[in-house]
Ligand binder design. Structure first.
Ligand code: AQP
Length: 323
């Protein structure tokens, strides 16, 4: 039967621990969307290979990310949960998309320019450059209408939209045009140490981020060391807004500034810990049963393959491939 629900696609990279940036900017919203839409959520392991990985740790991170999504509330019954590399069509379509993109369309993207000017040259490999083509393939394979992402990914979804339009114009209607869905609050959680930098899994400074797995003491001590006043004693508005935003995401409530900054930070730390506690409890049960997690994701990838392979077949036929 044809579903009238809109299609939603989103992904998270297993590139380390999930941060509250990933959670509040994306995953927490995904949980709300599953009741309204036809959702597919992927653990984007191909994307994570753009950073050098140690195989054993990479393997663990993929499994932990799979478990984490379920612990956060994504349901294998309501949504299609799968690991990207289990669906070969992602890599195949991304190659086809790469052949339809100009060098500068990738070169001029904000995230690539940031990485290029801030990372050591030997870390900026070609997969980082072509990452948005793979992301476009991820999205376009599933007839996606909506892509719930944080602000950092908006530009990449816009590029996927341009690609859809280009293919449809060149070859006739193939792809659905996707729209980014960026939440009003939480779309840009910033580093606790530097409010002009986004909170990131791969930031070398552990104190910059709260991991979804941090215990109460770690969360309290990370917030207590969070940047709030500049060295001349002036309150940083950006840092304050970031902490207030985090509190709002954790509780749904606004926070009043306390004169005593230590107390202010303690209130936020407590709220975040209370919000993460049920996820940590779910996770500790789930992670003991690797086979169950793998089974859920295997079923998800079998489902994902049906749609992805159908889309890829249409693309290849329209482009003139013979099989
Ligand atoms: N700081 C953030 N605030 C709000 N949303 C965020 N997202 C990431 N960081 C923030 C959103 O999380 C989803 C999954 O992100 P990803 O795993 O695809 O990778 P990313 O955007 O590159 O996130 P990280 O944490 O910075 O990872 P690394 O360090 O590996 O590059 C996306 O929807 C993203 O917008």
């Amino acid at each position: 039967m044809l579903s009238l629900k809109k299609n939603v696609f989103a992904a998270v990279q297993p590139s380390g621990t999930i941060t509250i940036g990933n959670y509040y900017g994306a995953i927490k919203k995904w949980v709300e969307l599953q009741d309204k839409f036809n959702c597919s959520f992927s653990v984007a392991d191909f994307h994570s290979l753009s950073i050098r990985q140690t195989p054993k740790i990479f393997n663990q991170n993929i499994l932990r990310t799979c478990a984490c999504l379920i612990a956060c509330g994504l349901s294998p019954q309501k949504s299609t949960l799968f690991v990207q590399s289990d669906v070969a069509a992602h890599a195949e379509l991304s190659q086809i998309i790469n052949c339809h993109l100009e060098f500068d369309e990738l070169f001029n993207l904000d995230q690539f320019r940031f990485i290029k000017s801030n990372y050591a040259q030997n870390l900026v490999n070609s997969a980082i450059f072509t990452y948005p083509s793979l992301m476009a393939a991820d999205i376009l394979l599933y007839n996606t209408n909506l892509v719930p992402v944080g602000e950092d990914q908006r530009q990449h979804v816009e590029l996927a939209k341009i690609i859809a339009k280009r293919f449809n114009k060149m070859y006739g209607k193939i792809f659905t045009s996707p729209e980014p869905l960026v939440p009003k609050t939480g779309s840009q959680i910033m580093s606790l140490q530097n409010p002009s930098k986004k909170m990131s899994k791969s930031d070398k400074n552990e104190l910059s981020r709260i991991s979804i797995f941090d215990d109460e003491n770690t969360i309290t001590s990370k917030f207590s060391s969070a940047f709030l006043d500049s060295p001349d004693g002036k309150l940083s508005k950006d840092a304050l807004n970031n902490l207030a935003q985090i509190y709002f995401c954790a509780t749904g409530k606004k926070i009043q500034m306390e004169k005593d900054h230590k107390i202010f930070k303690k209130i936020i730390a407590k709220a975040v810990y209370e919000d993460l506690k049920p996820i940590q409890e779910n996770f500790s049960v789930l992670i003991k049963n690797e086979d169950r997690i793998k089974k859920c994701y295997k079923e998800g990838s079998d489902k994902a393959k049906i749609t992805a392979e159908k889309t890829l077949k249409t693309v290849k036929e329209k482009l003139g491939f013979i099989s």
